[in-house]
Design a protein around this ligand. Sequence first.
Ligand code: PMV
Length: 325
Amino acid sequence: MPGVTARACANIALVKYWGKRDAALNLPAAGSLSLALAALVTETCVELDPALGADLIELEGKPAGATEAARVTTFLDLVRERAGITTRARVTSFNRFPTASGLASSASGFAALAVAATRAAGLELPPRELSILARRGSGSAARSIFGGFVRMHAGNDDEAAYAEPITSSLIDRVRMVIAIVGGGVPKTHGSRDAMDHTAATSPFYRAWVDLVPRDLAAAEHALATRDLVALGEVTEHNALAMHASAIAARPGVLYWRPATLALLAAVRTLRQNGRAAWATMDAGPHVKVLTTVDDADHIARALANVEGVTATTISGPGGPAYVVG
Ligand code: PMV
């Protein structure tokens, strides 16, 4: 049987997903809102092979580790169950990310896997169904089925927790500058476990979950009214609030390195100097800066000079996940 190859872009949340209401179904505790990035693409090939006794999973040209392989097989089991088949698969996946960026890629990875695996299994799922399925692999992957600005619904059950694109003319103006913080950064605490730990132990978790609907409403209003300043302000504020809830867990989940703080300060200075620049951070030390087509080069050059930054990349908005060829 020939393999099916799919591509998906990573996305960066402007209003974050941090916490689940249901671990088994991977239902988020609140909604989220993101921007797909054209510069960060995962390409995944799935080939069903009746001769295989178990799934064979290769990531970046190497056999996957036990934990990653188990996650992929659990996901493939959902697809097989839906298609009424038991055939095992050969999966190969590559991140077409800027070299050694150190960016996690579960969003683009599970979105590309959902598209390639369903097609290989003979299923033709509409985008919303693909989004619901991708969510089972990773919450943020539900958003990577779509391009541009994307909203994820919290939903009360499996069928209601899906993502969908938001049309906004701001899409032509925005860029994201990614500043990679490297050099001896210890392996970060995976988002899946870290958000559960925050929910279980942080005194600020409830306040965080209560805040998200307000930030989502503000972000959606900003998109509808083409108000980049309002979008930027809610983006930076929401990231800081998410990290505050994680930092207050016991023990604290602290992703920031000295360079992360230096980047946050640099972004504030750029803003004071009249540039469009708002920072956001995920489950790692890197800083992503929401900016404009006009300011992106200046911001990237300024951030490259911050001590501890090993690379910068400018990305435009990415498109939806698709089958290649
Ligand atoms: O989908 P996960 O389990 O990789 O979690 C994503 C968590 C954050 O990147 C920190 C926030 C987000 O909404 O993408």
